[in-house]
Design a protein around this ligand. Sequence first.
Ligand SMILES: *[C@@H]1O[C@H](CO)[C@@H](O)[C@H](O)[C@H]1NC(C)=O
Ligand SMILES: *[C@@H]1O[C@H](CO)[C@@H](O)[C@H](O)[C@H]1NC(C)=O
Ligand SMILES: *[C@@H]1O[C@H](CO)[C@@H](O)[C@H](O)[C@H]1NC(C)=O
Ligand SMILES: *[C@@H]1O[C@H](CO)[C@@H](O)[C@H](O)[C@H]1NC(C)=O
Ligand SMILES: *[C@@H]1O[C@H](CO)[C@@H](O)[C@H](O)[C@H]1NC(C)=O
Ligand SMILES: *[C@@H]1O[C@H](CO)[C@@H](O)[C@H](O)[C@H]1NC(C)=O
Ligand SMILES: *[C@@H]1O[C@H](CO)[C@@H](O)[C@H](O)[C@H]1NC(C)=O
Ligand SMILES: *[C@@H]1O[C@H](CO)[C@@H](O)[C@H](O)[C@H]1NC(C)=O
Ligand SMILES: *[C@@H]1O[C@H](CO)[C@@H](O)[C@H](O)[C@H]1NC(C)=O
Ligand SMILES: *[C@@H]1O[C@H](CO)[C@@H](O)[C@H](O)[C@H]1NC(C)=O
Ligand SMILES: *[C@@H]1O[C@H](CO)[C@@H](O)[C@H](O)[C@H]1NC(C)=O
Ligand SMILES: *[C@@H]1O[C@H](CO)[C@@H](O)[C@H](O)[C@H]1NC(C)=O
Length: 474
Amino acid sequence: MEISVLILLLKLLMMHIFIFQCALSSSSSFYSSSKTNNNTDMFASLAIKSKIQLPSNSPILSSWNPSNTSFCNWVGVSCSLLHQRVSALNMSYMNKYGTISPHIGNLSFLRTLNLGSNNFRDPTPEMIGKLHRLRKLNLRDNQLEGSIPSTINGQSLSSLEKLILQYNNLVGTIPSFVFNISTLKVIALSYNGISRGIPNDMCRMFPKLETLYLLVNPLGGHIPTSLCLCRNLKELKLCENGLTGSLPTNIGCFSEIEYLSIPINQLTSTIPISLGNLSKLEFLDLSKNNLSGNISELPDSCFPKLSGIYFRSNQFSGRIPDFISNAAMLTILELSNNSFSGPVPITLGNLRYLNILNIGINQLTNNPTQREPHFLTSLTQCHQLRYLDINNNPLNGSLPESIGNLSNSLENIDLRGTQLQGRLPYQIFNLSGLLKLRLEFNNLSGAIPSNIGNLRKLQQLYLHDNKIKGNLPH
Ligand SMILES: *[C@@H]1O[C@H](CO)[C@@H](O)[C@H](O)[C@H]1NC(C)=O
Ligand SMILES: *[C@@H]1O[C@H](CO)[C@@H](O)[C@H](O)[C@H]1NC(C)=O
Ligand SMILES: *[C@@H]1O[C@H](CO)[C@@H](O)[C@H](O)[C@H]1NC(C)=O
Ligand SMILES: *[C@@H]1O[C@H](CO)[C@@H](O)[C@H](O)[C@H]1NC(C)=O
Ligand SMILES: *[C@@H]1O[C@H](CO)[C@@H](O)[C@H](O)[C@H]1NC(C)=O
Ligand SMILES: *[C@@H]1O[C@H](CO)[C@@H](O)[C@H](O)[C@H]1NC(C)=O
Ligand SMILES: *[C@@H]1O[C@H](CO)[C@@H](O)[C@H](O)[C@H]1NC(C)=O
Ligand SMILES: *[C@@H]1O[C@H](CO)[C@@H](O)[C@H](O)[C@H]1NC(C)=O
Ligand SMILES: *[C@@H]1O[C@H](CO)[C@@H](O)[C@H](O)[C@H]1NC(C)=O
Ligand SMILES: *[C@@H]1O[C@H](CO)[C@@H](O)[C@H](O)[C@H]1NC(C)=O
Ligand SMILES: *[C@@H]1O[C@H](CO)[C@@H](O)[C@H](O)[C@H]1NC(C)=O
Ligand SMILES: *[C@@H]1O[C@H](CO)[C@@H](O)[C@H](O)[C@H]1NC(C)=O
């Protein structure tokens, strides 16, 4: 029986890699201590409580009341040992509704205010500007509206280190009075409606800024070259910000940067050579832009710490450059849907920690002097390989027997549309961890090897649009 179409779906389980391009992040640290009360702080705390609606099982209902002598023991309250005043208020994840009372401004010894992950509405309370000792302000994941109040400025909050306002409904600009807070280390404004671009003078006053998260805001505009003034940046996340124009040619200025993420924008330039100066980089995501050009000009060994490269869905061309094979710590290499050409380098086998290799949808070839794609043999050295996707490249060769020596942890192989010829080597069915194998749209011939039953975990096997004959063994 000629099998022209053979789709075996043993189970319907999706085996995609999900790349959370706009990855989320936050951090926290609190001080705490104990002891007696003080009427101002108790009054303010009770006023805050009166403005919020609490679920009946809330620990605040039983704990926050005047007859409970020491409010320093109330749930979520921490006091400074020295002044016996409220130094930290942590009311995150308490399912609170309502508004934030302006009395919050009376907790004048507050250093940490965390009201994150509740359902507070209304504008951000301006009285926060009275909290002169505040170091960390976390109002993330509420439904705060309007623009960032002007009381959040360098004169009133002169010690603020963390400004965390992500996941709200804030609009307006990134205001210039915030730039005056020279103590800031973390600015997280992600997932709001903030627009009108990344301000040109934004980094003028931020000598200490380490973390800037602006992702998923309709900012628009260019990435200003003056961003380089934030020269201690370790993490820059600009995913889905409607950015146009070029990657700044001075991007190599961020000598401390570890996490650089600018995917899902409309950047149209080439990659500046100075990017190769970012030797501390661990994560680089430029996916889903309109970046182009030959990236072979970056230095051969520039990213000793890099563990993830995401260049998916751009217009990069030329060969897969040496700096990639030399990034020895790489675990994820995602170059799919570009115009990379030339032979797939066998040096990819040097990447001992490689977990995910996706070079699908390019113009990559086999080395034309060889019948078998030897780079596949080189990948047998990647013992942690889990996901191998080369689909839709004109490899034009036959599958080597060494494919059976690929990592036992391989779960997913996609070689569809790669102009493969010849037989299916039985060794492929040695890959006992496989969940999904796609070989359709090739010129494979011969019979299905009888040892297919070895693939006990296999859930999806695609062999259609080949010249494979025979029955599926049981
Ligand atoms: C703040 O409160 C939440 C909810 O009670 C808790 O999960 C979190 O660990 C607290 N954070 C700190 C730093 O105490
Ligand atoms: C507030 O606390 C301070 C220091 O313990 C104390 O001296 C003062 O009396 C307290 N104020 C009130 C109104 O209890
Ligand atoms: C006082 O607060 C503590 C700590 O939250 C709580 O365990 C206790 O039940 C409260 N006592 C009263 C009398 O409300
Ligand atoms: C507390 O804050 C409210 C509102 O901002 C203000 O009216 C009141 O005077 C303050 N009380 C104290 C004791 O500071
Ligand atoms: C920033 O601070 C300086 C001095 O501290 C002040 O002159 C300037 O007006 C402030 N700018 C903004 C936008 O707040
Ligand atoms: C990159 O490094 C080279 C050599 O260390 C240096 O000359 C150049 O100025 C750097 N470029 C940037 C943009 O920092
Ligand atoms: C992407 O860049 C190419 C040139 O490299 C240009 O022709 C095309 O219009 C650009 N597409 C978008 C959506 O900007
Ligand atoms: C490939 O990239 C183009 C834009 O460059 C996009 O329109 C298309 O959806 C992408 N295809 C895949 C499979 O990601
Ligand atoms: C890409 O750049 C390298 C190094 O500069 C050069 O040798 C190669 O010819 C370029 N390829 C293309 C297609 O421009
Ligand atoms: C594949 O390579 C052979 C020579 O090895 C050549 O004859 C054939 O045309 C190539 N097929 C395609 C589709 O390029
Ligand atoms: C598979 O690996 C074994 C052990 O390293 C080796 O002896 C054998 O030749 C390899 N098979 C192929 C086809 O490369
Ligand atoms: C099959 O895999 C084992 C390790 O699981 C390896 O030792 C052996 O050489 C492989 N055989 C072939 C034919 O690739």
